[in-house]
Every structure is written in C-alpha cells, then in structure tokens.
Ligand binder design. Sequence first.
Ligand SMILES: CC/C=C\C/C=C\C/C=C\C/C=C\C/C=C\C/C=C\CCC(=O)SCCNC(=O)CCNC(=O)[C@H](O)C(C)(C)COP(=O)(O)OP(=O)(O)OC[C@H]1O[C@@H](n2cnc3c(N)ncnc32)[C@H](O)[C@@H]1OP(=O)(O)O
Ligand SMILES: CCCCCCCCCCCCCCCCCC(=O)OC[C@@H](O)COP(=O)(O)O
Length: 377
Amino acid sequence: MGLIQLLKSQFLSHLIFYYVFLASGLIVNLLQFCTLPLWLVSKKLARKINIRLCYCISSQIVVALEWWSGTECTLYTDPKNYPLYGNENAIAVLNHCSEIDFLCGWTFCERFGVLGSSKVLAKHELRYLPIIGWMWYFLEIVFCKRKWEEDRRTVAESLQNLHDYPENFWFLLFCEGTRFTPKKHEVSMQVAESKGLPKLKYHLLPRTKGFWVTVQNLRGTAAAVYDCTLNFRNKQVPSLLDILNGKKYHADLYLRRIPLELIPEGEAECAAWLHKLYQEKDSFQEHYTQKGCFPGPTVTHPRRPWALINWILWACMLLYPLGLLLVQLVSSGSILTILVSVTVACAASLGGRWMIGQTETNRGSSYGNKEVPSKNN
Ligand SMILES: CC/C=C\C/C=C\C/C=C\C/C=C\C/C=C\C/C=C\CCC(=O)SCCNC(=O)CCNC(=O)[C@H](O)C(C)(C)COP(=O)(O)OP(=O)(O)OC[C@H]1O[C@@H](n2cnc3c(N)ncnc32)[C@H](O)[C@@H]1OP(=O)(O)O
Ligand SMILES: CCCCCCCCCCCCCCCCCC(=O)OC[C@@H](O)COP(=O)(O)O
C-alpha cells in the first residue's frame, strides 16, 4: 500500500471529512431555516438560494468520490443528445443496484451543472436523516411512504409544485423501490410470474405507480426520461466506506434519452412501457456482463473543480478555528478540556459513520421482502 493510500485509510483523515461535513452541514441547515421568511416574499429567490446551499452539502460527497477516491465515471450515450444534458428538466430512471448508485447519479449531476437542484422520489424515512434529510426538505424533495393509498395524493401534489421551478433539474426514480438483495429478487420474480411478465436477471421488478404519477405530473415540465443503467467494472461492489478509504472504482453509465411524448398516458399502458424498459435494461446488463461494456459510443465529460473548491473553502473556514482551539486546549494542560475535545472527536466520528451506515444495504428496509402478489393479476 502506497503512502497516499495509507493516509486515505487513516482515522484522522476520516475525522477531518466527518467534521467538515457535519459542521458545514449544520451551518447550511441553519441558513436554510433562516430562508423561511423569504419564501413568503420571493419563492424564486428562496429556491435559488436553497439550490446553492444544497450544493454546498451534496458536492462534498461527490468530492469524496471524484477527488479522494479518484473513481472514474464513463458515460455511454448518443452524442447527438449530449448538448441537452443539463439544459432541460428530465426524469432519470436509474437501476438501484449499489450502495453508491445515488452518488454516481450526483456525480453526473455535478458534471452537467444540476447538482444543487436535482431531486429524487425518496423513502419517507430519509426525511429525518440529519443534514441530508433536513436539506432535502428545503429543496422540495418528493417523499413517499411506499404506501400507494397515501402516496398517490402527496406525491402528485409535490410534483405539481415543481412546475415553476426556476432552474433545470433531474428527477431521479429508482423504480425498483428498494435495493437489490437475492431475497427481494426472488420475491419480485414470483410477482413477475404471477403477472405473466418475463423474469429479470439483474433487476427487481419495477414498481410502476410512482413512474406513472411522475410522468403524468411532470408533463410540460420535464422534456424527457433518461433511462440510466449503471454498472461497475470488474464486478466490483462499491460502498461509501470504501470510497472514504480512498478505494478507486470505475463506473459505467448507459444513458438513453426518451422524449416524454413517447410515454403512454394511461396507467396500464405506462406500466407495460416501464416493464418493457426494465427488460431492455436487463439485456444491457447482460451485454455488460458478457463484454465488460455497454453498447454504443462513450462521451467524456470531465469532473469540474467547483465541488473541490467548495470543500477546500469549508475546510479552511472550519479547520482553522478548530486548530487554534486545540492548541489552546493542549497548552492549557487541563485534563478536563482535553477529555472534552476527545469526546467531541469521537462524536463526530460516530456521527459520520452512522450516516454512512444509512447507505448500507444490509441495514436496509424489509420492503419487497415478503409482498403478497396482487390477486387480480
Ligand atoms: C448524464 C446522467 C444522467 C442522469 C444521472 C442519474 C441520476 C441523477 C439524478 C438525480 C439525483 C438526485 C438525487 C439523488 C440523491 C440521493 C437519492 C438517494 C436515495 C433515495 C432513494 C429511495 O429512497 S428509493 C425508495 C423510494 N422510492 C420508490 O419507492 C420509488 C418507486 N416506487 C413506486 O413507484 C411505488 O409504486 C410507490 C412508492 C409510489 C408506491 O408503493 P406501494 O408499495 O404502495 O405500491 P406498489 O404499486 O409499488 O405495490 C403494489 C403493486 O406492486 C406489486 N408488487 C407486490 N410485491 C412486489 C414486489 N416485490 N416487486 C414488485 N412489485 C410488487 C403488486 O402486485 C401491486 O401490483 P399492481 O399491479 O396492483 O400495481
Ligand atoms: C466528504 C464526505 C464526508 C462523508 C461524511 C458522511 C457522509 C454521509 C453521507 C450520507 C449520505 C446519505 C444520502 C442518503 C442516501 C441513502 C440512499 C439509499 O440508498 O436509500 C435506499 C433507498 O433507496 C431504498 O432503501 P431500502 O428499501 O433498500 O432500505
């Protein structure tokens, strides 16, 4: 292991990341809270400020992927659509295959300049996640309880609010609704069988209602669906903790742009369309497994320096006073103050580690583990 690699795996390096992330995150949350009165005066300005504040947080995790771990992200897409990415609103349908799939999505958002504004249909539990969940509240992220009786109204209402959104955004949907596990795959293939649908090898059966309600409510707002299929080279199974340890991966994303007008309006037709899309995604994954790449040309879209600059600025702002304080504490020689500092360091480390734990599949929900197939299908 080289010296740099050794440095990346050290507790102290992680502690610095955790401290900067947690301290800046809480400051940003506080600033977001202060924007509340502004929403009454100018919704447009409040949204624009919150987009930038959210960028300050989410770009830090992108820095960990792009600059700290050096992970590379290759985009496979039709070059003729390339100028549209980042310059229109879109619904991104991404396979929920990995613990860092959301982060690869964020990385592409960053590269195409829509990181601050991009959104997701997220499970309700994430609303309460400190920093990220609180930041999402001000970003008008759409939450669902994964209970259709409740979601059908709330999700539609939240989507309608986005009609006058002042900046371009991508709206991410993980149509599988949960992350892939062998058990969930087995259950969802039983559902597929009961519905007379072909089995999928690499994906869970998609949930169609969220897709339908999103497409219907973003008609006129979003121009296209981006069908995104993600995989990692050499059958790697990445985790956020490994990224923080500086482990490098190579992500490949296959992107097809489908104009929204091509998606059927009726619920049943839209559901059938999505099932067919997932069958195609499955065939792309098969191609990837066989050949080690997706079909079609690649385009190179390099990382931008802004995320790194943002992190360095926060680090300087937060580490300098902390350094001064530590010097004072140590020179004061007070055992109590030194013990307090150690406790704060441990709390930051545990807090950061706990947040990373939220991305781990083995701590995931039981949603999709034991659903009973619908009787009328
Ligand atoms: C250049 C690059 C371009 C793009 C880059 C890509 C992306 C970047 C874009 C943006 C990034 C922005 C932010 C990302 C940051 C972080 C994100 C992190 C994480 C958040 C993600 C989540 O939280 S995922 C979980 C929540 N989301 C969802 O669940 C969405 C999908 N779900 C649905 O759509 C559901 O339908 C629902 C939630 C709306 C409602 O769920 P419910 O369970 O109540 O109803 P269902 O309709 O799903 O269930 C009943 C029907 O389902 C059948 N059934 C039963 N069991 C199963 C089973 N195991 N599998 C499949 N289907 C099953 C049942 O038979 C019923 O069938 P019907 O025929 O009656 O419908
Ligand atoms: C610079 C970096 C410093 C790192 C400090 C700590 C960073 C912590 C970052 C935490 C980021 C959390 C973003 C939330 C994303 C969680 C996404 C997720 O993967 O949700 C799963 C759901 O889709 C489905 O849930 P399941 O039903 O599978 O259960």
